[in-house]
Ligand binder design. Sequence first.
Ligand code: ARG
Length: 464
Amino acid sequence: MTLWGELHSEPPDEQFVTFSSSFSYDRRLLPFDLEGSRAWAFALARIGLLTRKDVQQIARGLRQIGKRARAEPAWLDQHPAEDVHSFVEARLHELIGDAAFRLHTGRSRNDQVALDVRLYVRDTTRQLMRALADYAFELIRWAERHDEVILPGYTHLRRAQPILLPHFALAYVEMALRDLERVGQAQKRADVMPLGSGALAGTAYPIDRNRLALELGFAEVSENSLDAVSDRDFLIDVLYACALCGVHLSRLCEDLILYTSQEFGFFAMGDDVSTGSSLMPQKRNPDACELVRGKSGRLVGNLSSLLVLLKGLPLAYNRDLQEDKERLFDTVDTALGSLKVMRTVIGGLKVDVAACRVAAAGGFSNATDLADYLVRKGVPFRLAHRHVSRAVRECIDSGCTLETFPLDRYLAICDQFGPDLHQHLTLDAVLSARTARGGTAPLSVHVALKRAHKRVLKALAPSV
Ligand code: ARG
């Protein structure tokens, strides 16, 4: 028997049935469908539409379905269903008989699925926030283990100025903190209860929706039934937060792939997250990072899929909305999987301190500081920049560095150079100069590192 009674003169086409079924994936919503159905049964009982006995039977039946599904996942495969909602109704009917058919009073699968997805999002955003925090903690721990390591900082992938390794790591922690905030915001948007909106126009029974929301643990109740059954903005929020998180992970992966290459040689990736080649015996490939970088494409794709899915929909519910779930589930799985793998990658990352230092000191990365030296002697910055660029050119021509360039040649360029210039050129001096808030001076970075852990904990707080 179909859910839509006897109006239709023909049974549904078999191929169409297969085509339209979502049960293979929306079964993930089962625990939430059971939770919502239970609350709905009690709401109906409160207005006298279900007897005490009905509710007890329904609650027991729903519990049994949940229990069996957990213990025996293959059970779900034995019952072809259009979706998780029809599966639950059919199984409940098998278990308790006609009381099961009273449960759908005043409710539509449209407000039911909107509820289920919101409950799912509430649950998984918590997991996402936890995973983001764990990833950020891993970065912080790695930074703490290497808090004196100096790396070259890049612009345009050309050596620019030296930075501390924790400064590099904390840049990614900042991104994770913003990701945490965004996932938290998405969670808040999902925290609105749509149940009691009916198919589109509101339910025709005097359901106390505020009480229902309280029981289901929602902070708010939807204000407009048309919007409530067709709103998926909160999913866009989740998918956007995850897409941007994926972009951040992808950037980190790109850095790590470069820095662990033979050409850079700053870090080495753990063998547990590297692969070899079936042909070239010497290879150690950074597949974990490449996959995370690659999978970020899915996260971006899922976001744009959902935006396109929604853009042409007339009010209110349209079956197109069924297409939201695979995008959502794939996004959550991909984001959680990527965050977990990155923890392992970061945890096993070895650092070649000497190679980092040599690279940080090379490439005239202290040239800005030599210009700053002249500025302190009263030379306008633009002129100081010109003098130093000339010194750099002459160094390149004669194969020396700013440290070994003879003083008389400096003086030939500008008479404000003096023998004290060398003390401003050391890596330590260059780093220590950057004490302004947010800079890479060791003191600032160590304070930032100390604060980072607390900031992550604080960002995590709304999810618990
Ligand atoms: N499976 C549908 C979905 O995921 C929910 C059922 C509503 N279907 C309907 N024909 N009104 O959106």
